[in-house]
Design a protein around this ligand. Structure first.
Ligand SMILES: *Cc1c(COP(=O)(O)O)cnc(C)c1O
Length: 905
């Protein structure tokens, strides 16, 4: 068809055949904006009673045995995928398996949603710009129970599917490997959201997650010549069998434009009309979230940006057809890519667009669901709890106020009361560079009405502060949501989130205390202590114990006589392990599981090293695996770790030079593999330099014949969730060594402990509570405390501080160019930041106690292996507190006020 000919006469429904939009005809525009009178079809469309009878006759059934699974599998291969069994590779088998498993989940998803609609309880909405889900299939197989066909209870569906795939000629392990990670997050914050949706489903909490469906997740990391190179993560290349495209759910979202007020209404507090400029559609994609040992399947709804079907006839008529189409296509760029910064605020306009797009679509969806129950607005906070995962979704606060005032015509103060009762805010950092701020100019252009509303929120807030603390202008300036900064005013999103919420929580006890005494101290004066609370982070034991470490889960089940593995739902049951922590026979079994996991990691490392082994497999049981995997960041201090490795290497070399035998060296510095992994933000120069240094050290150390394989250094490329599942179970020791007061919680510390690894760490984040739970004899703590950090930093700035000898040796060696190939000064920025730029992360202050503690670690691991194993077992016995199930209990009780909706028996 010739598009040009067609367009001149078309009345195709792809194009809205209204008159052209223009600023002087706002009435027409209104029909197309925001909250249209036209209702979008709901997920549970009413079906006439008559036809329901016919429906129930043909009820879709879940597969419950091998036959049932195989039928589904073959059906999906031959019809959904349109392939034959003779032409079915592992990828197709993965897709067909996933689709078959998904069928079961969708059936439970449907009954879960119907049950919740019928009972209409208070619901939780977890708003997170990141969901670092990892793989879905193995997790679904573990979480999904299949009713046994003989009616005798249920069994884990993993075994069933494994057997069936065997029959069909596939290995489950190979099929699982075909799934790409859903890596829609940077690190801890995104993984926390993923653990939380797992726990909410497991606990039958009526909860939905809302986020964005990025076409590109966090970049894949390649290491080329020791440098990080980012490559795009187009995870949807083969489509995603787990997503359900909701073409019927499309929400219009508006940007730019201007504000108009009705005749006579001159104040910004009265209902105003936002005449939007650019318009896009948010289309929903749903991902089923199965709970463990429950038929509850919750929903994760992710939005994709699409062009509207409107067509700019004005532009077309002026002969600019191509431009009017181009502009439409730009809509999709909103959800194209995840911003790859961890703990850093970049302030880009497209990021703000992402945030508003997501908040507007999610709120529209939440409000539509609320309106179905026909309750008055005053009951909204009794029906809806919205949790803000960091400040990224804070615009939802403003958007709800806009909907209530401008569209629903509620009085400002009544509206604001509803808003603040609905939202709660989780803070994730005290670091200034990570706190979100938006210049009012940029913000006001994109969201003119929202800027007015923020000014009004701030006006009333500051009035209430002035009333409580009269004439304290300093205080007013400090707590104002608008920062009077030059060259431009900025909106402080954390302050807006506090003012718009009824509860603010930190993510570990130390962090929750710190926010009260530092960045939010004025708000504690204004609101009182009670608004500020703590919910220490947690992780799901289903993924991080059962899925990642099936051998250990099996051994635990045997040891505590819990063959059904109910400890995965009640981790306090693990305390029964204390009884056997001293038993040499059990210790030996424990050690064997660890050794098997270390072999798996050795395979992963080998695969990443062109098939050449770095780890000596013959000595794997007495090689200490010392692991630091997490985002690369100066505050996490991977630089201190690698300096420690260099120190060890130089000390070994010195012993040899002074005439010691290799046996003597091995006695002081026994076998160790120092393993690193993690991504740097693409624009983070210092972090990238640390990656290069680790790889440069690895090159030298691993090829030094003199030290005879006693020390190995490895950088594992492209750290992600599925690699974490292999790496973490293999650790003897893991490093959580952030400058005290900088790591809000950390969650990988919990994952490592849950897998029987010991920790070397600073008194920071959740390390504090880990110590309390597992006992201070079972963790290697070192370094300065957070209360001393200010003074230490002050000393670096204003006094001359001598470097400790060990560190001086290391830095001089680096500066001698021994790790450099081309540029002998390559690592100078790293050494300079310590020597000449104030050592902001206090490496020099903690280095001696770090290396001393590392020597203690060696002594215990190599000299007192039984003690080590006992520590390991006792740690696991007492790790129960860090299950994300406990977090969800605390949020439910103290913040959300929601209750489970249990499936009928
Ligand atoms: C748990 C996890 C993190 C968070 O690690 P921290 O050490 O707590 O910063 C980051 N990335 C991945 C892939 C994880 O699984």
């Amino acid at each position: 068809m010739n598009p040009t000919n067609n367009l001149t006469t078309s009345t195709s429904n792809d194009m809205i055949t209204e008159e052209p939009r223009a600023p002087h005809v706002p009435r027409l525009t209104r029909r197309l904006t925001g909250f249209l009178p036209q209702e979008i079809k709901s997920i549970d469309t009413i079906i006439p009673l008559q036809s329901r009878k016919t429906w129930s006759k043909h009820q879709v059934k879940k597969f419950g045995d091998n036959d049932g699974f195989e039928q589904r599998f073959i059906g999906h291969v031959e019809t959904t995928l349109g392939r034959s069994l003779y032409n079915c590779d592992d990828l197709a088998a993965y897709e067909a398996t996933s689709l078959s498993v998904r069928d079961n989940l969708i059936i439970d998803w449907n009954s879960t949603q119907q049950r919740i609609t019928a009972r209409d309880p208070k619901r939780v909405y977890y708003l997170s710009l990141e969901f670092l889900m990892g793989r879905a299939l193995d997790n679904a197989l573990i979480n999904m129970d299949v009713e046994k066909s003989n009616g005798k209870g249920s069994e884990n569906s993993r075994g069933l599917v494994k057997d069936s795939l065997d029959q069909l000629g596939f290995r489950l392990e190979d099929v699982l490997q075909k799934e790409p990670d859903a890596a829609l997050g940077n690190g801890g914050l995104g993984r926390l959201a993923a653990c939380f949706v797992d726990s909410m489903a497991t606990q039958d909490i009526p909860a939905w997650g809302y986020g964005l469906r990025y076409e590109y997740g966090i970049f894949a990391q390649k290491i080329i010549d020791g440098y990080q190179v980012e490559t795009p993560d187009y995870w949807l290349k083969y489509g995603d069998p787990w997503e359900i495209e909701r073409t019927e759910i499309q929400v219009p979202v508006t940007f730019y434009g201007y504000v108009e007020r009705q005749n006579g209404d001159t104040t910004t507090l009265s209902p105003s009309e936002w005449i939007g400029g650019e318009r896009v559609l948010a289309m929903a994609y749903d991902f089923p979230v199965p709970g463990y040992k429950t038929s509850t399947v919750n929903n994760l709804r992710l939005w994709k940006a699409k062009p509207t079907t409107e067509f700019d006839f004005a532009k077309f008529n002026s002969g600019d057809y191509k431009n009017s189409v181009d502009q439409q296509q730009r809509a999709e760029s909103i959800t194209a890519v995840l911003y790859p910064n961890d703990n850093f605020n970049q302030g880009k306009e497209l990021r703000l667009k992402q945030q508003y797009f997501w908040c507007a679509a999610s709120l529209h969806d939440i409000i539509r669901r609320f309106k179905k129950s026909q309750k008055p607005w005053s009951e909204f906070p009794d029906q809806v709890a919205i949790q803000l995962n960091d400040t990224h979704p804070t615009l939802a606060v403003v958007e709800l106020q806009r909907v209530l005032v401008d569209l629903e015509k509620l009085d400002w103060h009544k509206a604001w009361d509803i808003v603040t009762k609905t939202f709660a805010y989780t803070n994730h950092t005290v670091m200034q560079e990570a706190l979100e701020k938006w210049p009012v100019g940029l913000f006001g252009r994109l969201l003119p009405r929202h800027l007015e509303i923020i000014y009004d929120i701030n006006w009333f807030f500051l009035q209430s502060v002035e009333k409580k603390f009269p004439k304290d202008l300093g205080l007013l300036g400090r707590v104002s949501i608008i920062e009077e900064a030059s060259p431009e005013r900025q909106i402080r999103m954390a302050y807006l989130a506090i003012v718009g919420s009824h509860k603010v929580n930190g993510v570990a006890e130390l962090h929750s205390e710190l926010i009260k005494t530092t960045i939010f101290q004025d708000f504690v004066r204004v609101y009182g202590e009670k608004k500020f609370t703590n919910v220490t982070n947690g992780i799901t034991p289903r993924r991080w114990l059962k899925q990642a470490n099936p051998k250990l889960a099996g051994l635990i089940a045997e040891a505590i006589n819990d063959p059904e593995e109910t400890f995965l739902l009640d981790m306090s049951k693990l305390t029964a392990l204390t009884k056997v922590s001293d038993d040499p026979v059990f210790q030996e079994k424990w050690d064997k599981v660890k050794a098997a996991n270390k072999l798996q990691l050795a395979d992963l490392i080998k695969a990443g090293n062109d098939g050449v082994d770095i780890i000596d497999r013959d000595h794997i049981k007495n090689t200490l695996f010392d692991i630091q995997v997490k985002r690369i960041h100066e505050y996490k201090r991977q630089q201190m770790n690698i300096f420690g490795v260099i120190y060890r290497y130089l000390a070994m070399k010195k012993m040899l030079k002074d005439g010691a035998s290799i046996e003597e060296v091995a006695k002081k510095y026994p076998r160790k593999a120092s393993i690193f992994g993690g991504k740097s933000a693409p624009g983070y120069y210092m972090a990238k330099l640390v990656i290069k240094l680790v790889n440069a050290v690895a090159e030298v150390v691993n090829n030094d014949k003199e030290i005879q394989d006693l020390l190995k250094v490895v950088f594992i490329a492209d750290y992600n969730v599925s690699k974490a599942e292999i790496i973490i179970p293999a650790s003897d020791l893991s490093e959580h060594i952030s400058t005290a007061g900088t790591e809000a919680s950390g969650t990988s510390n919990m994952k490592f402990v849950m897998n029987g690894g010991l920790i070397i760490g600073t008194v920071d984040g959740a390390n504090v509570e880990i110590t309390r739970e597992i006992g201070e004899d079972n963790i290697f703590l070192f370094g300065n405390l957070s209360e001393n950090v200010d003074e230490l930093r002050y000393n670096h700035r204003f006094q001359k501080v001598d470097l400790p000898t060990e560190l001086d040796i290391v830095l001089k060696y680096i500066e001698s160019g021994k790790f450099c190939t081309d540029n002998p000064n390559e690592f100078k920025p790293l050494t300079d930041s310590i020597k000449h730029h104030g050592d902001y992360y206090l490496v020099s202050d903690d280095f001696e106690s770090y290396t001393a503690t590392q020597e203690l670690v060696d002594e215990v691991y190599h000299g007192q292996k039984q003690q080590w194993l006992k520590k390991s077992i006792e740690s696991v016995a007492n790790v129960g507190f860090f299950s994300s199930d406990r977090c969800i209990d605390e949020y439910s009780e103290t913040i959300w006020n929601v209750e489970p909706v249990k499936p009928e028996e």
